[in-house]
Write a protein that binds this ligand. Structure first.
Ligand code: ME8
Length: 482
């Protein structure tokens, strides 16, 4: 069985998950499920990033012990992901024992190899972003990423010889491995300012993994965090590394396309095959923030509209690499038009007609040519879930048009049979193809047609005798707009 290793970033546990976090894991889940129904052995990793100053500070502010605090918030991520039907292989936490051991083992290896050395760190630190900047990077004394004030600091620290691996990093950046490719230039431009060794330890932070060779320091949270991708597959590195796809948001591409590649090179490991840097969700054109009170909680949406609708709305709204706007109105209009009027309606009308005769349908294939299966497969190979979903929905629309144009409810005999044969097979294909996006809907469709869940596999897409239909149900009801 061919293996596929797909990862998401591990999320900071300073607050509960919002719709942006939900999007990343949904995208990873959609792609993972596609490869699963193509008979790949998929390892899908997600989890939480739990060390560092910011988290320790947030915990203290809440009067909590950091460990109790991270347990609580990590639990919220886990339960949100369960509600969103995220079928991960492992939910890793950087406080997991095996991860802490792995980080120490790797640090020791790099230290013994001479790739980690002691020096003095001088620079500027942005606490909310857990990021360090040089004098030339900060803008008017503010963080170049978030615009908040930075602190000047000078302290003893251990450094990772990132500069030693510049060639490998540049090779990676030029290797066609980043989606979308226009982001490569941004990283190469930033590299022109020089590539400095990375300070990877903190004396001042207590909530972190101690360095195995100097216990007065803890490991810088990003160095600790990136290694999660290896901890999770330590049991079979040969099989799963290099990762096939590492999905991240565009704001952390530097960490993944430069620092991470440097660390991997030092470990003599190849870089990931692809990194997909997706864009950001805005709400009415604005960044989500607590102070604006516009943070969308995915769990509330799932409770109101179901996880399939939320998954559908996010994936269909924009190509992954773009920024986009999301709102409850948009979600509702997608439920009403795409899911109730198009998909739900197609399944309900065709199955209602089929149920009138309790038989196996055979006949001429009048519809499979309308399905761009090659295009869909190709989109998935390019990790373009947005484009694949639109092709599937185009097919749904074509099937509805076929029903109306042919007035199939008026057909009889062989003509009726061929129409129903074609439509039931099309609906079967739609059930299988829509499953990665909307697993509950895919399963419902397949069950109505008389198959069980294990039938959901790309090898079962071919048209053939079909029926009798078991039952029919309404997949999506319209939601009234307030
Ligand atoms: O950066 N729109 O964690 P994080 C879309 N722990 N996606 C969004 C988003 C938005 N508005 N906001 C966040 C970290 N995301 C580190 C990662 S990996 C070794 C360590 C998503 O909790 C997006 O995927 O800040 C982004 O990369 C991730 O959440 C950052 O989550």
């Amino acid at each position: 069985m061919l293996a596929k290793y797909i990862t998401t970033p591990i999320f900071y546990v300073n607050d509960k998950p919002h719709i942006g976090h939900a999007y990343t894991v949904i995208l990873a889940d959609v792609l993972s499920r596609w490869f699963k129904i193509n008979n790949y052995d998929v390892f899908f990793l997600t989890g939480t990033d739990e060390h560092g100053n910011k988290i320790e500070k947030t915990a203290r502010e809440k009067g909590m012990d950091p460990k109790d605090f991270v347990d609580q918030i990590s639990g919220l991520f886990k339960s949100a992901f369960a509600k969103l039907d995220i079928q991960y292989s492992r939910f890793i936490r950087t406080t997991d024992k095996d991860h802490e051991e792995n980080v120490k083992r790797i640090l020791k290896y790099l230290y013994d190899k001479g790739d980690i050395y002691k020096g003095t760190y001088e620079g500027y630190y942005c606490l909310p972003d857990e990021s360090y900047f040089t004098e030339s990077e900060i803008i008017d004394g503010k963080c170049p990423v978030c615009g908040r004030p930075v602190q000047k600091i000078s302290e003893e620290a251990y450094f990772f010889r990132l500069s030693k691996y510049k060639d490998q990093i540049i090779n990676f950046l030029n290797s066609n491995s980043i989606i979308p490719d226009f982001r490569v230039k941004e990283q190469l431009n930033r590299l022109k300012n020089g590539l400095f060794d990375l300070d990877i330890s903190r004396k001042t932070v207590k909530w972190g993994i101690e360095l195995p060779f100097d216990n007065s320091h803890t490991t810088y949270v990003w160095f600790d965090a990136l290694l999660n991708y290896l901890t999770a597959i330590n049991f079979d590195l040969n099989k799963y590394w290099p990762a096939d796809l590492q999905i991240i948001g565009k704001e952390i591409l530097w960490f993944h396309s430069v620092i991470w590649i440097g660390i991997l090179s030092a470990l003599n490991l190849p870089p990931p095959k692809k990194i997909l840097a997706h864009g950001f969700w805005l709400v009415n054109g604005q960044k989500m923030s607590k102070s604006l009170g516009n943070v969308i909680d995915p769990v509330l949406w799932v409770e109101k509209y179901g996880s399939d609708a939320v998954r559908y709305a996010l994936i269909s709204e924009k190509p992954a690499h773009d920024d986009g706007d999301i709102s409850e109105e948009k979600l509702i209009s997608k439920i009403n038009s795409d899911l109730a009027d198009e998909l739900g309606n197609l399944v309900y009308r065709v199955l209602s007609l089929s149920l009138k005769s309790n038989k196996v349908f055979e006949g001429d294939d009048l519809l499979s040519k309308e399905l761009d299966l090659e295009g869909i497969k190709n989109d998935f190979e390019n990790y373009d879930a947005f484009s694949a979903l639109h092709k599937i929905m185009d097919f749904v629309r074509k099937c509805n048009k076929f029903v109306s144009d042919k007035r199939i409810w008026e057909l009889e005999g062989k003509e009726f049979d061929s129409a129903i044969y074609s439509l039931l097979n099309s609906i079967k294909s739609i059930g299988i193809l829509i499953y990665p996006f909307m697993p509950n809907t895919g399963i419902k469709i397949i069950k109505m047609l008389g198959y069980d869940e294990s039938y959901i596999n790309v090898k079962n897409l071919a048209f053939g005798p079909i029926g009798p239909v078991k039952y029919r149900e309404i997949l999506f009801s319209k939601v009234e707009k307030k």
